[in-house]
Design a binder for this molecule. Structure first.
Ligand SMILES: [Zn+2]
Length: 290
């Protein structure tokens, strides 16, 4: 680490409010394989989470003294109790481990602004908006999928915020958000099959997709407000996606960014596919923005 602060505090983040610009002080820089990681005190940039890497890191610029430094990626970094710095998959502990300092790492290509400098941060708005639309779509899909599969549960299972058995929360193995939409992979293994009836699931997929798409279209028409609730400004705060649906306000634990109203999406549709061996259900969710 170069710079005046050897052990910066956990980064404050403003992206949960939807912010895409801000000003900050550079606390330090780190040489990384893809460029230089810039650490600041507060940022609107959303970093890829290292424990649940669903929404990609923001891109954009840091501007210091009129010099534009392109931010090509944004990842999560941590400083352990022994002072060792790690990023992304190299971090050996779970998200938010209290013994660690948690940092938003802005990866710049080329020269980085020096520690102590004031910088203006600009997130690529268009890309952020697309990722936010996809992420909101992902949560709406999860609720609609849970509802569509509700009749297949044989045993009690935890319920989602709308009171349906939480297939998404129980079976999701991977969620990947991109500007074009999301891909969610659900593991349908032996232990799930004891509780969840998979008979005829393959044949039922077209009907399930139609049911989910109809539910999603109805949700968008309701134009419910969406917000991210957070108990504090730090990167590691336990945030929640909250959507005020007419029948009930629903929340899902979430570290990402979102639209402000469901009406910002003009359509949201899913494609369902079952792997050949039936062990994995893949849901591709595609939003279109107004
Ligand atoms: Zn989320």
């Amino acid at each position: 680490m170069t710079g005046p602060t050897a052990r910066p505090a956990t980064t404050a983040v403003t992206f949960p409010t939807g912010a895409t610009t801000g000003t900050a002080t550079v606390l330090g820089t780190r040489a990384l394989p893809g460029g230089t990681g810039v650490l600041v005190d507060t940022t609107p940039f959303h970093p890829l989470d290292h424990s649940w890497p669903d929404q990609p890191g923001d891109t954009g610029t840091l501007v210091a003294d009129g010099v534009i430094h392109p931010v090509v990626d944004c990842v999560t970094g941590g400083i352990g109790p022994d002072g060792a710095f790690a990023v992304g998959a190299d971090i050996p502990v779970r998200r938010g481990d209290p013994a660690w300092r948690w940092l938003v790492v802005h990866l710049v290509d080329g020269a980085a602004p020096a520690p102590g400098r004031r910088v203006t941060l600009h997130v690529d708005d268009d890309r952020r908006a697309a990722l936010s639309a996809a992420h909101t779509g992902c949560h709406l899909m999860a609720l609609a999928l849970n509802e569509a599969l509700a009749g297949r549960w044989r045993k009690e299972v935890r319920l989602d915020g709308l009171g349906h058995p939480d297939f998404d929360g129980t079976a999701v193995a991977e969620s990947r958000i991109d500007v074009a939409g999301t891909t969610d992979r659900y593991r349908i293994g032996t232990s799930l099959r004891k509780r969840f009836d998979t008979q005829g699931l393959r044949e039922a997929l077209p009907g399930l997709a139609a049911e989910i798409n109809e539910r999603l279209a109805g949700r968008l028409a309701q134009d419910a407000p969406v917000r991210v609730e957070t108990p504090g400004p730090e990167l590691t705060a336990r945030r929640r996606w909250v959507c005020e649906l007419p029948e009930r306000t629903v929340g899902i634990a979430c570290g990402g960014t979102h639209v402000r109203r469901l009406g910002e999406l003009i359509s949201l549709t899913v494609d369902l596919a079952l792997s050949e061996d039936g062990g994995e259900l893949v849901v591709v969710t595609t939003p279109k923005r107004s």
